[in-house]
Ligand binder design. Structure first.
Ligand SMILES: [Fe+2]
Length: 525
């Protein structure tokens, strides 16, 4: 491990343990302009804690005298927007080794509490963010409104979908991956600089800073807490995290570590995310624990999955990742895993906790959040083909998930996904065929915030090939909006009229309802 790699882990560890050093230790370098250029964010909420995030970046990269200096940042958390009723406040050291990012995990907070936060440094003050703690896992909750989103290629359009989402006023946002695209900017794209693919830490940092320069994204981060997972483009297209020996095919270990570090620096995730990865330093570059469970009262348990970091290598069937399922035994090999053995065991344990044996404590709904489609997806390319990068390439992992949901009689299972740049509503059947066996769970995948749908495939072709699919909308950008009560959930597939507008209008392409106890979705409109 290089010294610089060791340096950031040590810095993160010190940050997580609150060992940033006594405040007087750090010299305050002169600061000429407001460094809160990337806005503020919050995330990883629980019933007693929330993570507050910002990162200090000067508006002028050539006026950066504090680039190598640790800086003391003050934070405040209040019940009101005017900060007259402070709940907690403190100091935090923003380290250059972590790009002056700030991750403050505030604990000891009241449950189900709306809160406001801001930061100060060197006489400058940040925008005000709004966040909330969650209800306690034992508490009955009447309703929850949350949004889910994925795939925001900066160069492909404005993030105006977030303006529409702001007006929907979700309590929570679940981001399902492809926050940046490592491929950089190409000639002829809508906006942004042209750049080579990211390979080093600074390349990835610049892509995150570019994304966060969008005012609509900043506003949405400031509006409510986010739960975040990642997909491939945070690192490299279609990469398999897998064992170290697979790295020659998927890019260097250093690239993956740089990408993971930049992700951590820009996401409102707990510093404990890094601590969870320290053990992995001994054995390889598996770095950050992204998978997590988040209960929202008795109403919902969110199971957020990492389908990248621990997966086995992709099957070598077909061409360009597209294979005929009947010709690829490897895709059904039970020895292969999309989640890795440890995460699969963790997931099964979580599902077991949601069985009728735990009726007194389990949640009404179990929301499986992952980047792509769990149900099978055939594409009309060179006949009928599946894509090796998703669950179709790891069919045994899918069957184990299905079996877990069935065997433990998990209450109200729902699957959320993204990645395909298409609104998609489908029934996940027990299998083995896409419509064989009983329906196990409804699945809703959201269209992208900006990224274009692939190729010239139509929604009609998708639906004809995939009879378990209830709805498909390609060529439209948007997000999903969920209204949840103990009895039912409603999903709206929100679409914007124009990805090239900063302020697009928004509509609902389709809406569905799922009643508790019946996984079959019903279309509302
Ligand atoms: Fe994507």
């Amino acid at each position: 491990m290089s010294i610089s790699r060791r340096h950031w882990w040590q810095a993160a560890l010190a940050q997580a343990l609150g060992l940033g050093g006594p405040s007087g230790l750090w010299a305050q370098a002169p600061m000429e302009a407001n460094p809160f250029t990337l806005g503020v964010a919050s995330g990883a909420p629980s019933d007693s804690s929330v993570v507050l995030w910002t990162r200090l970046v000067p508006p002028n990269p050539y006026r950066y005298p504090w680039a190598d200096v640790p800086l003391e940042v003050r934070w405040e958390l209040a019940l009101d927007e005017g900060f007259t009723q402070l709940v907690q406040q403190g100091r935090h050291t923003a380290l250059p080794a972590l790009a002056h990012s700030v991750h403050v995990e505030v604990t000891g907070l009241p449950a189900a509490q709306r809160l406001f936060y801001r930061f100060r440094v060197a006489g400058f003050i940040s925008p005000v963010g709004q966040t909330r703690t969650l209800p306690s896992p034992q508490q009955e909750v009447g309703s929850l409104r949350f949004a889910f989103a994925s795939c925001q290629r900066y160069h492909a359009g404005h993030f105006g979908a977030y303006r529409a989402m702001l007006a929907d006023q979700p309590d929570l946002l679940v981001f399902l991956g492809d926050y940046i695209y490592e491929s950089g900017g190409r000639v002829g794209e809508f906006r942004g600089p042209i750049s080579a693919a990211a390979t080093a830490l600074n390349d990835y940092r610049e892509l995150y800073a570019l994304a966060r320069s969008d005012p609509a994204l900043q506003a949405m981060h400031a509006a409510c807490p986010w739960l975040v997972i990642w997909d491939d483009h945070e690192v490299f297209n279609d990469y398999a995290g897998g064992p170290l020996q697979g790295q020659a095919r998927w890019g260097s270990v250093a690239r993956r570590c740089a990408a993971y570090q930049a992700w951590y620096e820009h996401m409102p995730v707990s510093p404990r995310t890094v601590l969870g990865g320290l053990q992995a330093l001994l054995t390889g570059p598996a770095a950050l624990q992204v998978y997590q469970r988040v209960p929202v009262g008795r109403l919902a348990m969110f199971h957020l999955l990492d389908t990248r970091q621990y997966r086995d290598d992709a099957v070598r069937c077909g061409i360009a990742g597209l294979f005929k399922p009947e010709d690829c035994d490897a895709a059904r090999d039970p020895a292969r895993s999309l989640l890795g053995r440890e995460q699969e065991a963790w997931l099964q344990q979580g599902l077991q906790q949601q069985s009728p044996a735990h009726a007194a404590s389990r949640q009404h709904w179990n929301v499986i959040c992952q980047p792509t489609t769990v149900s099978p997806r055939l594409l009309p390319v060179w006949g009928e083909r599946s894509f090796s990068d998703g669950w179709d390439g790891y069919a045994a992992s899918r069957q184990r998930l299905i079996k877990g949901l069935q065997q433990h009689q998990v209450s109200g299972p729902v699957i959320l996904g993204g990645d395909i740049h298409e609104h998609w509503a489908a029934h996940l059947h027990a299998g083995p065929g896409p419509t064989q066996g009983p329906i196990v769970a409804p699945e809703f995948c959201c269209a992208s915030i900006t990224s274009r749908a692939f190729g010239g495939i139509t929604s009609a072709e998708i639906m004809a090939l995939n009879p378990h699919v209830q709805f498909s909308a390609r060529q439209q950008r948007g997000y999903g909006l969920v209204n949840m009560t103990p009895e039912r959930l409603q999903v709206q597939m929100r679409v914007i009229d124009d990805v090239f507008k900063e302020w697009p209008s928004v509509g609902t392409a389709a809406a569905f309802e799922v009643a508790q106890g019946n996984p079959r979705m019903r279309r509302l409109g």
